[in-house]
Design a binder for this molecule. Sequence first.
Ligand SMILES: C[S@@+](CC[C@H](N)C(=O)[O-])C[C@H]1O[C@@H](n2cnc3c(N)ncnc32)[C@H](O)[C@@H]1O
Length: 713
Amino acid sequence: MAPNAHIKKAFLAMRALGIKDAQVKPVLKDLLTLYDKNWELIAEDNYRVLADAIFDSQEAQAIQESKGKKVDEAKEDEEGCASEVGRGKKKFHESIEEDDEALAESDRPLKRLRRRGEGGSALTSPSLDSPNLEETPAYGEESGLILLPFHPVPTETHPDAGELIVPKDELITDMPSSSFHSDSVERGDSSVLMLEMEKTNGHVEDMAGETVSTVDGITNDVSPITAGRLSEQKLASTVEDPSALELASSALGEVKLNLSFAPATRGTNQHVPSMEELRRAMEEKCLRSYKILDPNFSVIGFMNDICSCYLDLATKGKDSSNQMPKPLPFVTTNIDALKKSAASMAFTSQGSNDHMGVVENVSVDDSMGLVVVPECQLSADEWRLISSIGDITLGKETIEIPWVNEVNDKVPPVFRYIAQSLVYQDAAVKFSLGNIKDDQCCSSCCGDCLAPSMGCSCATAFNGFAYTADGLLQNDFLEQCISEARDPQKQIVQYCKECPFEKAQKEVTLEPCKGHLKRKVIKECWNKCGCMRKCGNRVVQQGIHNKLQVFFTPNGRGWGLRTLEKLPKGAFICEFAGEILTVPELFQRNSERRTSPVILDAYWGSEDISGADKALCLDVMHYGNISRFINHRCLDANLIEIPVHVETTDSHYYHPAFFTTREIDAMEELTWDYGVRFNNDVFPTSPFHCRCGSEFCRIIKQISKGKNVKKRA
Ligand SMILES: C[S@@+](CC[C@H](N)C(=O)[O-])C[C@H]1O[C@@H](n2cnc3c(N)ncnc32)[C@H](O)[C@@H]1O
């Protein structure tokens, strides 16, 4: 690589960390000399050596400066400042010096991603991880736009305070220097949260308070606050007090902002929310409630919101918080992410960054920062997309499913999340009690049909229950399904007299049916049954319950779905929910397809699916659930799709449901064999070059077959 390309990459890497070029230059120069221009060493682990060297040089500089100050102080003491007046004067000087120190530190990077001694990669910028560096902003361009939810109200004494704050220089200028202690933020219940800025030597400075009104009208006693840099926060619980949460601290940890329960409330039915929970709750609140920071936004109001969020989370109770530990997604909050998203038009067409009080060089995992979004320029869909980071289902499932992109700046495609399939237009799917025959339900059951004493007609009509008492698939049943799907010897193929699929292609000469696999199906109990809602024969209808995550795959397969927890064999993951279309309707949608529809053909060929309207399929392109992100894997996929009857036993409609074919580790991608042949041009999805990585990959087999044929010829 040309030397200037190396330099450019190094600067880009540092810019992604919020380190200014001027800070990079001297250190890089030294490193090049030290390493004898060995770029390989410098670039290793995403320029970790360079970042560490910059941090080290900054720390050394800060220590040098503080030593200088101590010498000055000692001199002052020697000269004798013993009188009260003298002490007051000294305190004044100290506070000025603290401000100076903070100012001196304002050139520091936004955040050190990895503190010294901690493992892992120092740099986790998504744009750097991206295999395509071309996609990162060109050197010299502004790379990001974020704004801390912090906007002081202009006052007589601080007329400039109404301006937007640039995080990397964000001294808290609306508050006088020294120490801050706001107690008694009354919320009308017994839990009182104390917000305190404390010195790390353990003592909280009890300063004379002054009354400040907050945005929500609550009047608090607030004493002066020491200038600190929110962008250099350390977010962690304090070690000494497990119920206290450290919100922020200055770079060297001299000043900390802690959130703690008042002693009187300890031991009540409350849990201490994690910083991640709190941060996520606050991010959502800021996106939903504030959207764009208005000039009246006050940091005190913001801190009050933190307290009430904290209180809300704390009083939810331990159990509810345990149900769903909230993994913090790797969030791309910079403007480049949005430039490439559906929201791009809104951003690029309107105004320059200058209009928005712009900030540059944002560390993407500094999620206290928010994208500054001019609200009026975004469509509802775009808003939904941005705010679905924590839960792509937008609350439509009982469990949250976050999305993350550790590879590039892309955001997920716009689609409407639906937890249940919906008829698009012509599909004749209607459920009625009258259509369910007595032998197709278990009206005489009560309780749990899986209890041994029960003789349940739902089970007898379908050769026994498919589920175990643990809610997993019976192993025998699952193994049969797997071998029928994978082993051609075990497959029963049925042929339609007049295949709706061939018919829908409107070819002049109707092609013969290519055959449909006869499938094993599951019948669940439903509303006409006498059993309880939690009956063990109701699994798919209970919905998704595992911790899943949508993520961007690193090898060119777009988005995928993975599990965040270990899954047992035979576990239900999700159903394939989308628009219910007739096959002709599907073919009318001749758009470029990114998603693969599912044909509900489990019974085709075995009975007369006369009339094209009866042959149905599901399309997840515009309306769908999490299954729209499941990628294909040839043959040995870890999910299998099994037809499940819930509301009806009609053969033309069922729920295609995904179950695990084996135990799956946390963070493993969930895959499913679409059944695509790659040489079959009738499969209703756009062809894709398979990158499943399976040793049984059909495309690889085809390629090697082709090579062999050529060789023989
Ligand atoms: C149901 S979608 C899966 C989600 C999709 N990856 C996305 O980003 O939205 C199916 C599409 O994903 C891509 N895909 C799925 N499996 C793949 C594979 N094994 N290799 C390459 N592309 C794949 C293809 O573009 C396919 O049309």
